[in-house]
Design a protein around this ligand. Structure first.
Ligand code: GLC
Length: 472
């Protein structure tokens, strides 16, 4: 089968969030099953020269955007059994950041049109196109409107649309329809929602299947508490919606071979983990006490649950723990953690910003990893930390619920149900008690490290879904 995976970001080329990790690892796993897989994404300025030098220029053409015709280049690159395509237009993509520009709607309208146009010119005829998140949501819509009956390479393509985060939908005013989105007036209803245009709603409307990144999140988004307004359309399209849990790249995240951490260790032999822990204290300039080290690595965004952490922070410290936090985002939390570092200089370390190397060293060196999200479509950090023997403490929502079974049920972490600071504190205290029993903690660490978070299972589910759509 031929599968085209469309994304607005992918590791190792460019990244702002978890979508990039998924797009950087799922396609290889799909290809490992013997299917032909290509990925297509924009050629951003942030794609490093080391990668650019290896890209092969395929061709250029002009792409229609409403009433305009715009230059579009196409590059390709073979990597790990997958063909990567990059869409080039410097006016739209030669910018310091990936997103956050006044014309983001136009940039991704262009990208979506370009992806469909390019199919004419590449030696790859997809049977399934899997588009991801709002940036690529117009692909099934444009296919439906302009390409479905165009013949040739466009015959009978099935569309899967995957929601990684329903908080970002591509919602704009109707005034964009004529000059940017370029959809005829009598078809605008496809993308119209609550008086606006909504790219994601359009994809939910027309895609053959809608998937999301965990089974629990697929159910949660039918509820207004999680849906950011899209529950009505999702309830009506429930028959074609499902959720597959993401995996992680278990080669990239492997404590046995990782050269970026102070010492290697494995599920059988944890000794190196102590050296990784000491290295963290060195790096943060903190003394090492013989108490648990609790870590948080996150964007400080609303749904990540930092209001709970703030509400009981002193109690967490009183539980007798040291804490390190790596992250950036909402300034109220950046300031809060900075203040906590000043208040407890020997117990709290804070790194403002993002730093992939340091993140890995923290995953490896900490004892526990806190993720109290209000909602979490999947979450990857809890899987990475478990793989490094750092025990997740999570709220049972979305993918956190699907990936982390509680210690009390012979699981690999500590969970709490309600979005409540003291429930979270209770889970942290249970973790501390478990930590103090060194023998059983060691067994817990082994269990966590052995949990299978590879893509193997989910890749099979995706392939099964694609095959079902293609009648194979
Ligand atoms: C988004 C979600 C996160 C998920 C990731 C990859 O970033 O917020 O929960 O793990 O996408 O699907």
């Amino acid at each position: 089968m031929n599968i085209l995976y469309v994304t607005s970001e992918a590791v190792p080329f460019c990244k702002t969030g978890g979508l990039a990790d998924v797009a950087g690892s799922l396609p290889q796993s799909l290809a490992a099953n013997g299917d032909r897989v290509s990925v297509i994404l924009p050629l951003y300025q942030s794609v490093a020269d080391a990668w650019r030098d290896r890209l092969h220029f395929e061709r250029y053409t002009y792409v229609r955007l409403a009433w305009r015709s715009l230059y579009c280049g196409l590059f390709s690159y073979e990597r790990q059994g997958v063909t990567w395509y990059f869409v080039d237009n410097e006016q739209y993509f030669k910018r310091p950041e990936l997103y956050g520009y006044y014309d983001d709607a136009e940039r991704y309208v262009f990208f979506s049109r370009a992806v469909l146009e390019m199919l004419k010119y590449i030696q790859f005829k997809p049977q399934v196109i899997n588009s991801n998140d709002w940036q690529c949501a117009l692909i099934p819509v444009y296919y439906d409107l302009f390409y479905r009956n165009a013949g040739g390479c466009y015959d009978n393509i099935k569309h899967v649309f995957t929601i990684h985060n329903i908080g970002y939908q591509g919602q704009y005013g109707l005034d964009l329809v004529k000059d940017i989105v370029g959809i005829p007036p009598h078809k605008v209803n496809i993308i119209e929602y609550d008086g606006d245009i909504n790219f994601m709603k359009g994809a939910i409307e027309v895609a053959d299947k809608v998937t999301t990144v965990s089974p629990t999140y697929a159910k949660e988004i039918l509820d207004p508490w999680f849906s950011h307004g899209l529950d009505r359309i999702l309830v009506s399209k429930q028959y074609k919606t499902c959720g597959f849990l993401n995996g992680i790249d278990t080669e990239m995240y492997n404590p046995e071979t990782d050269s970026g951490i102070a010492a290697n260790f494995s599920a059988k032999d944890h000794k190196g983990k102590a050296a990784c822990k000491s290295a963290i204290f060195n790096e943060f300039g903190m003394p090492e006490y013989k108490i648990p080290l609790l870590a948080m690595i996150s964007r400080f965004a609303d749904h990540k649950g930092f209001d709970l952490v703030r509400a009981v922070f002193d109690d967490i410290i009183a539980t007798d723990m040291q804490v390190v936090i790596l992250g950036s985002g909402e300034s109220q939390y950046e300031e809060f953690f900075q203040n906590m570092h000043w208040r407890y200089p020997d117990k709290v370390g804070f790194y403002r910003g993002f730093n992939t190397g340091l993140a890995k060293r923290i995953y490896a060196g900490a004892d526990m990893f806190l993720m109290p999200s209000k909602s979490e479509p999947c979450g990857l950090a809890q899987m990475i930390s478990a793989r490094y023997g750092t025990i997740p403490i999570v709220r049972a929502t979305g993918g956190l619920k699907d990936s982390i079974v509680d210690y009390g049920d012979n699981g690999i972490g500590f969970t709490f149900q309600s979005y409540n600071a003291h429930d979270m504190l209770g889970a942290i205290q249970r973790a501390k008690e478990a930590y103090d029993n060194r023998m059983s903690w060691g067994r817990l660490v082994t269990r966590a490290m052995k949990a299978d978070f590879s893509w193997a299972q989910s890749a099979k589910l995706y392939i099964g879904l694609y095959k079902e759509l293609c009648g194979e």
